[in-house]
Design a protein around this ligand. Sequence first.
Ligand code: ATR
Length: 281
Amino acid sequence: MITARARIAGITGWPVEHSRSPRLHGFWLRRYGIDGAYIPLPLRPEDAEDGYRMLAKLGFAGCNVTAPNKEIAFRAVDIRTPAADRMGAVNTIFIGTDGQLTGDNTDGFGFVENLRHSLPGWQSVDGPAVVVGAGGAARAIVIALLDAGATEIRLVNRTLGRTEALAEHIGGPISVVPWKQRADVLAGAKLLVNTTSCGMTGKEPLDLDISALATSAVVSDIVYSPLVTPLLEKARARGNPIVQGVGMLLHQGRPGFKGWFGVDAEVDEELTAFVLGSGEV
Ligand code: ATR
C-alpha cells in the first residue's frame, strides 16, 4: 500500500523486463515499511533524455539506469558525482526538489562493498590484481580497484584492442596483458576478478588455468547465475577465498535506495534468495 505522499523511483532502460532491480528495491521497501514504490520504466534510448526530464516533472525521487541508456543519462544529467565522471556512465539518478538531476555510478561501490562484506577484515587490495575482460563491468571494477589501493592492475581480455583502449581510457598503473599470457600473470596477484560473461549458465566457463595463483589470493566473479561459477568452484577447491557476483548486484543498489527512500538498506541472505528467486514480496 502506498499513499499520495509516496516516494517513487524505478529502473529505466530498453528493455527492462529482465532487471532484478524491482525485486531488490521492492523487498527493501517492504522490509523497512516505506511509503514508496519502485517500478519498471521501459525507456527507449531515443526518448531517454526527454524521459529523464519528464521523471523530474512527474515528481519522481529518481531512477536507476541500465543498458543501453547509461551513457545517454551521463549526458542528460545536470550534475555528476566524481564516480560518474570517472566512469563516463550513470546508473543512478537522484532528482532534487528543484528538478535537478544528479547522476551517480554505483557499480564500483557495489563491487568493493561486496568484497568488504564477503571477506571479514578486508580493507584494501594490498598488491597486484588481475582483471579479466574489458567491457563496461571491467571499467567500473578497474577504477574501483585503483581507488581501493591496488598497486597494479593486470588487464587481460580476449580482444587485445579493447584491453589497450580501456587501459588508455582509465590511465594509471594498468598493464595490458595478451590473452595468451593470462595464466602466467596470475603469479604474485592478490586478487583475480572475472568481469566477462564466461561461466554464466548456458555459456562456456572461463578458459583460465589458475595454478600459478597463490592460494591466499581472492577470486571474485561478477557472474551470479550460477551463484558459484566454474571459476569460483575451481578456486574454492584449492582453498582460495571466493567472492560471489550476486553481492555486487545487491550492494550497487544501496546508494540509490538511501537517496530516494532515506534508509541505508542491508544486504543479507534473505534478500539474496528473494532477488534471485521468483517468490512474492
Ligand atoms: P559488459 O559491458 O557487461 O562488461 P561486454 O562489453 O559485452 O559486457 O563485455 C563482455 C566481456 O566478456 C568482454 O571482455 C568479452 O571479450 P571480448 O572483448 O574479446 O569480446 C568477454 N567475453 C565474452 N565471451 C568470452 C569468451 N568466450 N572468452 C573470453 N572472453 C569473453
